[in-house]
Design a protein around this ligand. Structure first.
Ligand SMILES: Nc1ncnc2c1ncn2[C@@H]1O[C@H](COP(=O)(O)OP(=O)(O)OP(=O)(O)O)[C@@H](O)[C@H]1O
Length: 631
């Protein structure tokens, strides 16, 4: 019996839990069935845990080694009980696990849940599983006995602000010799969860592939197994229907959508393992979690080991599923997982296979691939930054917005459409497609019909930092370093005879005067090869970081601050005016025009001029002077 047989202690829920419960209790969601899947999934996790722990401590299973989950409806009491003989929880675990939500991003999740019309999809993904039971119950009692301990504890809550934890009565303790028994006092409108056929239907729909038997207990106390409890990944592909896969996906990934891609195969040879992986259609909720953790579950000979084995690289963390090894030892420790050569081999094989399958999908069904890319492209691109080994394959998979088309393009398509003498793949990084499209740095490329990749995902500024090439063509930023489009013919040859950047004395004098006027706000002033219409733009040096990356880092106060180069369009009227002002000895005009050119270049990059008031003042002064001179 429990050492502490004192009266019940009342605890407050963590604020986020209280808010969550409020949402659940007053739930307007019609699909409340999901609560059962959540509780069964927790029960199954508890069975997984004890089976794993028992590898080292077999005594934990003593007297009761047939792990199972039981559903016990009681029409008279209007309760539904979900019981398991898994690992159980002690007093502190009841408080920690059922009184708080440990996951980061809870606030964002709650907001998402409030905003979403169809918020249910988020419930399981975020792991508020247990609390979803308050959609159907107005009071919940959890009686739990942790394996290997001698105490049984009861957690009780009616939603609201708090819960109670007390030592179990003798009768309760006897009913739960190990594991957890969750008694739901069903709300009036949830009475259908007392009906056997309804429970069976939900189990088949959501939890058929749970590995432990789920037994439905009738009013005579007789139990009947209602799930298939088979490891679907061990079955031959020919025996599995699309419907089976969808169900398995939903139960393994706790998802509600259809898988966009299913990989089911067995590897045999030096190492044998079965793989069942899914690419979801809708992005899982934890995709932007900074931990960037994958969730592929590792089993060893049907025993669940961990979902924390990083079986896929972080940039494939949206892939869900199972790997079941025949050869790994059951008692794999964390260190072994890190360093085990067999696990390493599995990792490498999996990543390659997933990328191959994605490639296959892109070839076979471009529309389906476009959807996958739309949902996960920005994540996959992280691989361009961190997976050097597979970079070429990843670049081939990547789809880009470009100046040439309204639909996304691959580099293969880009390279097939190169202009005569074009030896590089051009790109521009920024924060929105529309803003990039009006960026003056595109002007010279546009005049030659040269296609430019428009990169707007935050990760783009990072992977482009490293030298990249596709089929021997280097990728080149239009906002960095020197550009030489000279050999690529203009579209309108007749209209504009290609001119090399001017280097006349007058031009040189303009460049020197502007540099003098702007001082160390810029590192250099030079004649531009990229501009045909606009007067000025800012670029980074060939050795420095690209402009967009500088901006990103500066925004996060992480360095940045390298001085840009100001490029001038020597044919532009405003720039030519500098020469006139200079020869007329109007030093102030030269200064104002130079400052204005720099401010314009910042604005065209989507930035605010360093001194907005000064900018407005100078602009006004110049306009007034212009009008006066013309009057
Ligand atoms: N039947 C059970 N047996 C043992 N522990 C349980 C049981 N049910 C819940 N728990 C514990 O309570 C925790 C919280 O459960 P909850 O359903 O809220 O989220 P979760 O299961 O951790 O997340 P997810 O739903 O994403 O798997 C679990 O992680 C587990 O530690």
């Amino acid at each position: 019996m429990n050492g502490d047989t004192g009266s019940a202690q009342t605890h407050q829920f963590q604020a986020e839990v209280a808010e969550l419960l409020n949402l659940m209790v007053h739930s307007v969601y019609s699909e409340t069935d999901v609560f059962l899947r959540e509780l069964i999934s927790n029960a199954s996790d508890a069975c997984d845990k004890i089976r794993y722990e028992a590898i080292a401590r077999p005594e934990l299973l003593a007297g009761d080694d047939k792990l199972a989950i039981r559903l016990i409806p009681d029409s008279a009491a209007k309760t539904l009980t979900i019981a398991d003989n898994g690992i159980g929880m002690d007093r502190q675990e009841l408080i920690d696990n059922l009184g708080t939500v440990a996951r980061s991003g809870t606030k964002a999740f709650l907001q998402g849940l409030k905003d979403a019309k169809e918020g249910l999809g988020l419930i399981g993904q975020f792991g508020v599983g247990f609390y979803s039971a308050f959609m159907v119950a107005d009071r919940i009692e959890v009686v739990s006995h942790k394996a290997g301990t001698s105490e049984t504890w009861v957690w009780i809550s009616a939603g609201g602000a708090g819960y109670e934890v007390a030592a179990a009565s003798d009768e309760q303790a006897k009913a739960v010799p190990r594991g957890t028994r969750i008694v739901l006092h069903l709300k009036e409108d949830a009475a259908r969860y007392l009906q056997a056929f309804e429970l069976e239907r939900i189990v088949r729909a959501y939890s058929d592939h749970i590995l432990f038997p789920i037994e439905l207990v009738d009013d005579k106390g007789e139990a009947r197994q209602v799930n298939a409890a088979s490891a679907l990944w061990q079955r031959a592909k020919s025996e599995v229907t699309t419907e089976d896969y969808t169900q398995a996906y939903r139960s393994i990934a706790m998802a509600f959508d259809e898988p966009a891609l299913t990989l089911h195969y067995k590897v045999e040879g030096r190492q044998s393992y079965a793989v069942l992986l899914f690419v979801p259609t809708t992005p899982p909720f934890d995709l932007s979690d900074p931990a960037r953790k994958g969730r592929v579950k590792l089993y060893v000979r049907r025993v669940f080991i961990t979902d924390d084995a990083d079986l896929l690289p972080a940039y494939l963390r949206f892939v869900r599923g199972v790997v079941d090894s025949e050869d790994l030892p059951l008692n794999l420790s964390r260190e072994m997982l890190q360093n085990n050569p067999q696990v390493k081999q599995i990792r490498s094989g999996l990543a390659t296979r997933v990328l191959n399958e994605l490639e296959g999908l892109a070839t076979k069904d471009a529309d389906a691939f476009a959807k996958v890319w739309g949902a996960f492209g920005p994540i996959v691109k992280e691989g361009l930054y961190e997976d050097h080994e597979r970079r070429a394959q990843l670049l081939a998979l990547t789809r880009f917005s470009t100046t040439a088309s309204d639909t996304l393009r691959s580099l293969k398509e880009y390279v097939a459409d190169l202009k005569p003498n074009q030896t590089e793949i051009y790109y521009l990084v920024g924060d929105s497609i529309d803003r990039l499209k009006s960026n003056p740095k595109l002007e010279a490329a546009r005049a030659r019909g040269v296609e430019v990749l428009l990169l707007t995902d935050p990760i783009d500024a990072f992977w482009t930092m490293m030298p990249q090439e596709f089929e021997g063509k280097p990728l080149k930023s239009l906002s960095q370093g020197d550009l030489d489009f000279g050999l690529i013919p203009l579209l309108d040859e007749a209209g504009a005879k290609e001119e090399k950047p001017s280097s006349s004395d007058e031009d040189q004098a303009i460049l020197t005067a502007v540099k003098e006027a702007l001082g160390d706000q810029i590192s250099e002033v030079r004649a531009s090869q990229r501009l045909t219409e606009s007067a000025a733009c800012l670029v980074a040096s060939a050795q420095g970081r690209d402009r967009e990356l500088e901006r990103l880092l500066a925004r996060q106060n992480r360095g940045g601050g390298a001085k840009p180069i100001l490029e001038l369009n020597m044919k532009h009227e405003l720039v030519r005016m500098l020469a006139t002002a200079q020869s007329a000895g109007c030093g102030d005009d030269v200064k104002d025009i130079a400052a204005l050119l720099l401010d314009q270049a910042h604005i065209l990059d989507g930035e605010v001029p360093a001194d907005p008031a000064g900018f407005a003042k100078r602009l006004n002064a110049l306009i007034v002077r212009g009008f006066r001179a013309g009057a």
